[in-house]
Ligand binder design. Structure first.
Ligand code: UGA
Length: 435
């Protein structure tokens, strides 16, 4: 089947390559010429495990092409919309790219054999699909909403082996039936794996996405609130999380306390969801302000802890920051807690140095004013304090006896180090809700 994917960021590029991997002929479209040139050459514009090889393999096989020219999509039967919905000034989702994608796509559809479908994957405010359906129908296609749940750093796995597929379908029974049948064909190999597939209306499908992300954010902020209480009472949040997580109604996942969530999704989506409910005249998500406030506090807490551990004044003191990406195995620094903490420490006068195996090289290009070390050993050499901010394996596995700091203070922002190993090597260890 010929497929187009509009928007070649994390979501779109991975989706395009994954669809080619399962045998479709795919054209990826984006307005960013530089990104398209890289992708067309089979080169990944970002760090994502398994993606590089899959991209190169499918480009080479001729099943996957990339272009900035929308006329190339005209004979595709399926058009995925995977453009970004960034944060608007009032917290709500900015729909400029979704609207622009539709404006560019709709006039070019219609040369496929059989009916065409437009598949919404972008994270949008509830009500979007209903509001754009008629435009899609007028252009001769059928709209279906199919939210994406991939996690960065597991993007390929999550696309090819998702834990569920959600289809939001039209109220019109015939459109619903046709669009569902075509999307089933697209995902045939995934459905063969007994992947649960849930069919629902447009608003429910849109809500599944944002409510899942808000719930995940809530879990993280909940355990971080517990970390604050543990700090005040001498309790240990990692033991607490393990014990409550064994209750399978609660579950162990997303209960890692630390410096909180970052990235291009959770912070943005929770705010946009809250803004949307306010537009609807509801205060149902007022508690999300607390969830986000707890999250923001974690960053400040880590910076304050470093300042306090160094005697209240960090002016001119070298501080090593291990990690810049918002989580390991990616170079993505969007809304990264580490970057915020780096800024806070720098503003307080510290002489910071950052290291990150994937985001470090990007930081060197984008921010030549920020000192970036190639390795943790290099960053820590001569540092008066060390903060672990992204839990890359190579940081977790550091042997503290091999390091040459000026001061043996370590702040474990992700509770990823073994406190005894560091304490036995003479370091003063500070965890997040555990000591
Ligand atoms: C998130 C969701 O997990 C995906 O299901 C969703 O598809 C995606 O957003 C999206 O909307 O596109 P992602 O942003 O890649 O995926 O990252 P997560 O793995 O959810 O991690 C988010 C942040 O939470 C990271 O900064 C991570 O370090 C932090 N986190 C995660 C914690 O602080 N504690 C935890 O226990 C888990």
């Amino acid at each position: 089947m010929k497929i187009s994917v509009i928007g070649c960021g994390y979501l779109g590029a991975v989706h395009a390559a994954s669809m080619a991997e399962i045998g479709h002929t795919v054209v990826g479209v984006d307005v960013d010429e530089e990104k398209i040139a890289l992708l067309a050459a089979g080169k990944a514009p970002f760090v994502e495990p398994e993606f590089d090889e899959m991209l190169a393999r499918n480009v080479e096989a001729g099943r996957l092409t990339f272009t900035t020219d929308f006329s190339q999509v005209s004979d595709a039967q399926v058009h995925f919309i995977g453009v970004g919905t960034p944060q608007g000034p009032d917290g709500s989702a900015d729909m400029t790219y979704v609207n622009a994608a539709l404006d560019s796509l709709l006039p070019h559809m219609g040369q496929a054999d059989g009916p065409s479908i437009v598949v919404g994957k972008s994270t949008v405010p509830v009500g979007t699909a209903d509001s754009i359906e008629q435009r899609v129908v007028d252009a001769g296609a059928i709209l279906i909403w199919n939210p994406e749940f991939l996690r960065e750093s597991f993007a390929v796995q999550d696309t090819l082996r998702p834990d569920r597929l959600v289809y939001g379908v039209s109220k019109d029974a015939e459109r619903a039936e046709v669009s569902q049948r075509i999307l089933d064909e697209v995902y045939a190999t995934i459905l063969e794996l007994d992947t649960p597939r849930l069919i629902m209306d447009f608003p429910t499908a849109e809500l599944v996405k944002v409510s899942a992300n808000s719930f995940l954010a809530m879990k993280i902020s909940y355990i971080n609130a517990m970390a604050e209480i543990c700090d005040a009472t001498g309790a240990d949040v990692t033991m607490l999380a393990e014990a409550i997580g064994l209750d399978d109604r609660i579950g162990k996942k997303f209960l890692r306390a630390g410096i909180g969530y970052g990235g291009g999704c959770l912070p943005k989506d929770t705010r946009a969801f809250q803004a949307r409910t306010e537009q609807l005249g509801l205060n149902s998500l007022d508690f999300m302000s607390d969830i986000n406030a707890i999250n923001d506090r974690r960053r400040k807490h880590a910076a304050d802890l470093a300042i306090e551990a160094l005697g209240g004044d960090v002016t001119g003191k070298r501080i090593a920051l291990l990690g810049a990406a918002f989580k390991p195995n990616t170079d993505d620094m969007r809304n990264s807690p580490s970057i915020d903490i780096a800024k806070m420490l720098r503003d307080a006068g510290a002489d910071i140095v950052i290291t990150d195996p994937a985001a470090g090289p990007v930081l060197k290009v984008r921010r030549p004013d920020v000192p970036v070390a190639d390795t943790a050993h290099e960053a820590i050499k001569g540092a008066e304090a060390t903060l672990l901010l992204t839990e890359w394996d190579e940081f977790k596995n550091l042997d503290p006896t091999t390091l040459e700091p000026a001061g043996k203070i370590v702040i474990d922002g992700r509770n990823s180090l073994d406190p005894d190993t560091w304490k036995n090597a003479g370091w003063t260890y500070y965890g997040m809700g555990r000591n």
